[in-house]
Ligand binder design. Structure first.
Ligand code: PLP
Length: 816
């Protein structure tokens, strides 16, 4: 492992300060100090990083359109085991490491769960000594910064690269590649060999920016390579005479500059929702083409026979955004390597694997054929040919069943189904939790499953326990180590040994103290930022995730209103003091979601300013939910709200983060909540709501009337009427819109249908909290059984069942 002594570190720090800023340490700003520190750390790891790059293991390339990494300094120091040395070294120089940790930007290059999963996976790949690298986009602007103005969400551009560069990145101009858009494709018969000529295309340069991904106390340093789009300068290599000539006039040159730079300008703010915009398709092809070209270039440098590609390279497509990996790899194998279709197809299928992340219709990517044809003419030709051959196969197999053939085809009604292309163009399709995979196999992708059942498998999501326990909750981590030793840090299943302390009063008291400390830290943060006083002895009841109708923040706020009414009617109403905490961004174009934000903020305002309930109820909606906020909130949570409409949340990962930090989950049996329940049993989780079968049956056969329920249940009616009767001020439009979604449009997400059951479940939470010892014991059981949700477990499964299946490289994968 790389390391450094305190003395040497201090020397290097001072030298670096002079060379970067030509000034002394005591003149430097925190920003400069942070830059110097990162630069020193990069020097420390540089040699090791290069060595990891030339390892001869099978390489895994993980393509994802977003990576939500969070701050890196603390986690890098943790993984390098350098925190102590550097903390003390800095202290000698009069600098506080914690101040510098707080100074770092939190890059918002992802929307939520998907991007965060990709980040956890990178951490686990490096920590498990897998040579696994990420490919993505270096967005100039990440997800918007959220502000509340009069309770409304306002979006501010996320200008995260204020200094022009990101402290952890290294730009590699010598590895830039050109990506071609638009133009005309000609097939020329060249002595019986078809030659493809792409003319008049628009060349865009993909410039790689590499971020080191440091493994946990091992020697692995992998790479996250993010591409920035730029113009191709004239003196830059492959600008051939075929490229569209933009240099004719000044105007053209400006247009070209705009065209190229726009591609990596901004992250689309949609979560679980298909945007369908030309620029998004450009982004998708841009990073895919750059990544695949990069992989082939590297492969050819070390290996000779392209037919061996699947033996040394695994390409993983995270959700459908990188689907074009399939036709892009085909293009290179056909047009540049000169392989036959069948050879190219075999290689492609055997190299690529795919993870499905959703079953919701509105999230399914379907690109208009015309759009792709114009933007990516050669890619479109290949997709058409893949589709033609696939339809032939289907026609033969299901002779005459036109409906089935159309339903399974890739191009249908002038639209290209990216999920279908992924399934038939890869050797593995996985869902992200057991229930989700079962629904894929038996409902949504049933025809594909029946056709190729061996392709389908489940890989329940996980979280990097290093970030989500070791780093964000050091006191809890220390207590665990004190009780069971430190092996759990490498093998989280060892956390089970904690269970023997579930009746140990002394341990439970310590657990309680740690939770209370974390709650005080959060209370201070909230006081500082929002000037709201919250009581650390109240129940912290937390729902933090994207705002989406299916996640049902609405159900949560209806319960809060229910409690409020009960308290107003009966001041002696039996209730433990509770603080409800929300954090959620809504996609800027998602009207209903933004109305729900306004509603929650208005309810919060009313309740927080009502003297009558001030010791019992508080509602805090934190602005700009992000990874660094999650790291403060989750260790302080008592209750984890995982209340999505059953069948809609593919897995969820915040549910796992909360569990690992000892929160008690109130949940529907959706996504990975099912597996959390299996881990802890009925006694240690609070369940409610419709079953998956009930929801699927309602969706198929109907039979639910929200209006009837509203009319017949006075508790439901009371809170729903709050939307439109003026009880909550200043929500005329929003209240009506939400009301209509429930009553006029029959409550698509079964909010009212599950409400009575949810209120009962919440009463169980209330009752349980009064028996604090029992509560703490349940909390401990949750921590003890959370080890299976480490992303190390998930990544080991991907490696064993998908990436390294059937191959043995230096016996390396055997240890997984
Ligand atoms: C974990 C995480 C998510 C995912 O949360 P879910 O509740 O699983 O949807 C989203 N955003 C951030 C910042 C996260 O850390």
């Amino acid at each position: 492992m790389v390391t450094i002594s305190k003395k040497k570190f201090k020397q290097q720090f001072e030298t670096k300060m002079y060379s970067l800023y030509a000034q002394s340490i005591n003149e430097a700003s925190n920003e400069q100090l942070l830059n110097v520190l990162c630069s020193v750390i990069k020097d420390i790891i540089a040699k090791r990083w290069i060595e990891t790059k030339i390892s001869c293991q099978k390489e895994v390339y993980y393509f994802c359109i977003e990576f939500l990494m969070g701050r890196q300094l603390k986690s890098n120091l943790l993984n390098l085991d350098l925190e102590k040395t550097i903390r003390e070294g800095l202290k000698d120089l009069g600098i506080s490491l914690d101040d510098l940790i707080e100074e770092e930007v939190d890059p918002a290059l992802g929307n939520g769960g998907l991007g965060r999963l990709a980040a956890c996976f990178l951490d686990s790949m490096a920590s498990l000594d897998i040579s696994g690298h990420g490919y993505g986009i270096r967005y100039k602007y990440g997800l918007f910064e959220q502000k509340f103005v009069n309770g409304y969400q306002v979006e501010v551009p996320d200008n995260w690269l204020t200094q022009g560069n990101y402290i952890w990145e290294t730009v590699r101009p010598n590895k830039a590649v050109v990506v071609k858009f638009e133009g005309d494709v000609e097939l020329i018969d060249d002595n019986k060999r078809l030659r493809v000529v792409h003319k008049n295309y628009i060349p865009v340069m993909a410039m790689p920016y590499d971020i080191p991904i440091i493994g946990y106390e091992n020697d692995s340093i992998n790479t996250l390579r993010l591409f920035k789009s730029d113009i191709v300068r004239r003196d830059f290599g492959p600008t051939s005479s075929n490229a569209k000539n933009y240099s004719g006039s000044y105007d053209d040159a400006l247009k070209y500059k705009y065209y190229a730079e726009e591609i990596s300008q901004v992250l689309y703010p949609n979560d679980s929702n298909y945007a369908g915009r030309l620029l998004r398709l450009k982004q998708e092809y841009f990073f895919v083409s750059a990544g695949i070209q990069d992989i082939i270039r590297k492969f050819k440098k070390h290996k000779s026979n392209i037919l061996d590609l699947p033996k040394s390279v695994a390409i993983h497509i995270n959700d459908t955004h990188p689907t074009l990996c399939i036709p892009e790899l085909m293009r290179i194998l056909l047009d540049e390597e000169g392989l036959s279709w069948d050879e190219a197809w075999d290689i492609t299928k055997n190299t690529i694997s795919y993870t499905n992340h959703t079953i919701m219709a509105e999230a399914m990517e379907k690109w208009p054929a015309e759009m792709m044809k114009k933007l990516l003419p050669r890619i479109y030709m290949i997709v058409e040919e893949i589709d033609r051959r696939y339809k032939n196969y289907l026609n033969e197999k299901y002779s005459g069943d036109i409906n089935k053939v159309n339903h399974m085809s890739i191009i249908n009604c002038e639209n290209i189904s990216m999920a279908h292309l992924c399934i038939m163009g890869s050797h593995s399709v996985n869902g992200v939790a057991n229930l989700h995979t079962e629904i894929l196999k038996n409902e949504v992708l049933k025809d594909f499953y029946d056709d190729e059942p061996e392709k389908f498998n489940n890989k329940t999501n996980g979280i990097a326990h290093r970030r989500w326990l070791l780093s964000c909750n050091p006191k809890l981590a220390d207590l665990i180590t004190e009780l069971i030793g430190s092996e759990w840090k490498r093998d989280t299943l060892k956390l089970e040994e904690l269970e023997k302390y579930k009746d140990d009063i002394d341990v439970l008291r310590k657990l309680d103290e740690i939770k209370t400390d974390n709650k005080k830290i959060l209370a201070n943060h909230i006081k500082e930022k929002y000037d709201i006083d919250i009581n650390p002895n109240s129940i912290y009841d937390v729902q933090i995730k994207r705002l989406h109708a299916y996640k049902r923040q609405l159900l949560n706020v209806f319960h809060i209103l229910h409690l409020y009414h009960e308290l107003l009617e009966n001041p002696n109403f039996d209730i433990e003091p509770r603080t409800f905490i929300f954090g959620a961004k809504a996609a800027p174009g998602y009207h209903l979601a933004k109305s729900i934000i306004k509603f929650i903020n208005s309810v919060a305002y009313k309740i927080n300013n009502d003297e009558r309930v001030k010791d019992k109820l508080k509602v805090v909606f934190v602005e700009n939910y992000s990874v660094s906020l999650a790291e403060i909130i989750i260790p302080a949570a008592d209750v984890s709200e995982q209340i999505s409409t059953t069948t809609k949340e593919a897995s969820g990962t915040s549910n796992m983060k909360f569990m690992m930090n000892g929160a008690i989950t109130i949940a529907t049996l959706d996504g990975a909540n099912v597996e959390i329940h299996e881990q802890v049993g009925n006694e240690n989780i609070i369940l409610f709501g419709l079953s998956a079968k009930q929801v699927l049956d309602y969706n198929k056969y109907g039979g639910y009337s929200a209006l009837d329920l509203y009319k017949s249940n006075m508790y439901i009616k009371r809170v729903v009427d709050d939307l439109i009767n003026g009880f909550i001020p200043n929500i005329e439009k929003e209240g009506r819109e939400i009301y209509d979604s429930l009553i006029t449009y029959n409550d698509e997400y079964f909010v009212l249908r599950d409400m009575e059951n949810y209120i009962e479940a919440q009463q169980k939470i209330n009752k349980l909290y009064k028996e604090k010892e029992k509560w703490n014991s349940i909390s401990l059981v949750n921590i003890a059984n959370s080890g299976i949700f480490s992303s190390d477990r998930t990544i080991s499964e991907y490696a064993k069942d998908i990436w390294f299946k059937g191959c043995e490289i230096n016996g390396e994968y055997n240890k997984l």
